[in-house]
Design a protein around this ligand. Sequence first.
Ligand code: ADP
Length: 616
Amino acid sequence: MELKEKILAGYGLVLALAVAVSVWAVINLSQLGSASEAILQENYRSILAAENMVNAIERQDSSLLLILQGHEAEGLTQFRQNELAFLEWLGRAKDNITLEGESEVLQTIEAEYLTFIEVSTRLPATASGHLPGVSSYYLDIVLPKFNQIREACIDLREMNQAAMLAASGRAQEVSVRAIWSTAIFGVSVGAIGLIFSLLLSNILVHPLKEMTQAAERIAEGDYDVAITVKSNDELGRLGQEIRSMSRKLKHYHEMNVSRLLTEKRRGEAIIRSINDGIIVIDADFRIIAINPMAAQILDITLAEARGQHCFDVLKSPNLYAHMKSVAETGQPPQLDTRESTFAVQHGDKTEYYQFSITPVRTEQDQMLGVVLLLQDVTKLAELDRLKSEFVMTASHELRTPLTSIAMSIGLLMERAASKLTGDEQDLLQAAQEDAQRLRNLVNNLLDLSKIEAGRMEMEFEPVGVSLLASRAISTMAAQISEKGIVLSQHIPDNLPAVKVDPNKITWVLTNLIANALRYTDEGGHIAVCTEKMSNFVGVSVADDGIGIPLEQQSKIFDKFVQVKSDQTVGGSGLGLAICKEIIKAHGGAIWVESVPGEGSTFTFTIPIANPPSTGP
Ligand code: ADP
C-alpha cells in the first residue's frame, strides 16, 4: 500500500467512526424527541379535556344555584353554555383515548352526565313550585350526580397525569441511556481513533527516525548503516535509496582514501628525495612533516622531530620570527641573501643554509601552516667569506703603497713641476687623480668588507642630529660653493637626540651630499631636512639634479651599481651600499624617491636615544 493510501485509510477510519458516533447521537436524540412528543400527544390533551370538563360542570352547578336563587333565565343560559362546553371537551377526550380503562371512565362520565342533565333540567320546574322541596331535590339528587361526575373527571385527569408521569420517566430513561451510550460510544471511538493514529504515526515516524539516524551516521563518515524498513511504499523505497547511497559513498570514500594515501606517499617520496631540507609546519608551529635532509641539518631523527614545536628544533629566534610573520600575514618575507641565511653549528664546523618560507593556505584563504626550505649555501658563504677576506687584505695591503704613491706624486708636483714640460705635468696630474680614485676605491672596499664581515665597530652614543648635519655640511661647504650650488637646511631645534655612531652617520650624510653635488648641475639646489618619524628621526638630502630612472631606483643600494652618465666617472658604485649597511647596523632604513630630470631625495632613519615607552 502506498504511503498516501495508508494515510487516507487511517483518516478514513477515524472519519467513519466520527460519522458513526454522530448517527448514534442523532438516533438517540430522535428517540428522546418522540418520547417527549408522546407525552404531549397522549396525555396532555386528555388532562386538558378533564380539566375543562370539571370547570364546565362546576359552572353548571353554579348556574343551578342561580336558578335556585330565582335567577332562572340567567341560570339556564349559563347552564346550556357550559353543557355545550362540557360535551365539546368530552368529545375531545373521547377522540384521544390512549390509556387502558380510559374508555370506561369516559363512558361512565357520559352516562352520568346525561343523567345529570336530565335531573338538572327538572330542577327549574321544581324551583318554580315550592322552595324547600327544590333545595332537597338539589341536595339529594342533583348534587350527588354533580359530585360523581366531577370525581370521575378528576379521576380521568389523574389517570392521564399518572400516565404522563410514567411517560416522562420513560423519556428520562431514554435520555440517560442516550447520554451513556453516546458517551461510551464516543469514548470507544476516540480510543480506537487514538490507537489507530498512534499506530499510523508509528508506521510513518519509525522508518523516518531510522533513516534520519542513518543519514547522521553517514554524515559522520560511518557508511555501514542498516535500515530495516522493508515496506513497499515511498518510505520503503527511500530506505532502499539510502542503503544504496551509503554503499556508493563507502566505495567512493575508500577510493578517495586510497587515492589520498597514494598522493601522500608520492608527496612524501618527493620530499624525501629532495636534496634540500624541507620542514612542513602546521598553524600551531608544530612540525607535521620533515625530510631526511632537514633532519640531518638539524641533527634530529625524523621520529623525534614530528610533532615538536619548530622553535625547539630550529633554535633560531630570527627564523622563528620570520615564520610567525609569514603565518600571520600570509606573505613570504622580503629578505636579501644575507638576511635569509641560517647558520647551524656542527661541532666546530659552521654550515650555512638559505631559507625560504612559503605559506600554505586553503582555497578559502585559511592558513594551514608554512613550508620551510633550507638550501645548503655553506660553500657559497665560505667563498663569500674568502672573497671578503681577500678584498679586505688586498685593500689593506694596497692602502699604504697607494698613500705613499699619492704623496710622492704630490711632492713631485710641488717641487719638480718647474722642471717638467706641460705634457709631463698633465701626466703627473692624471696620475695623482687616478691614485686618489684608487685610494677612495680601496677605502670603500675595505669599509664595506669590514661591515659585511661584522668587523666594523660601532660606537653608539646620544647625539643631536643638527650637530651631525652641520659636520657633514661644513665638510662639503667649499665644494658646494665652488660649484655655485645653493644648500639649504631645515632642521627643527626640538628634535630628540639620536643614538648613533656619529662618525659613521656623518660619513653617510657626507656621502649623500657629495652624490647630490655630483649629480646636480651648477646653480642647482640641495636641501638637508630632518623630521621626527615615530621612534626615529628621518634625515633627507634632496637635490634638483639629473634624477634616477625608476627601474634603477631599487638597485642603486647594491654593490657596484652605477647609473651610466657623464657624472658617474670616478665613482666606485660602493658609496650607497656602504650607507645602507651602516644604516641597517643602526636599525634604520634608507630609500630614494626620484623623478628623472627633476631631482632625487635620499632619506634615512636613525633611532632616537630615549624612545617613549609604548606601554604594555
Ligand atoms: P658612486 O660612487 O658611483 O656615486 P654610489 O653608490 O654613491 O656610487 O651611487 C650609485 C649610483 O647611484 C650612482 O652611480 C648614480 O648613478 C646614482 N646616484 C646616487 N646619488 C644620486 C643623486 N643624488 N642623483 C642622481 N643619481 C644618483
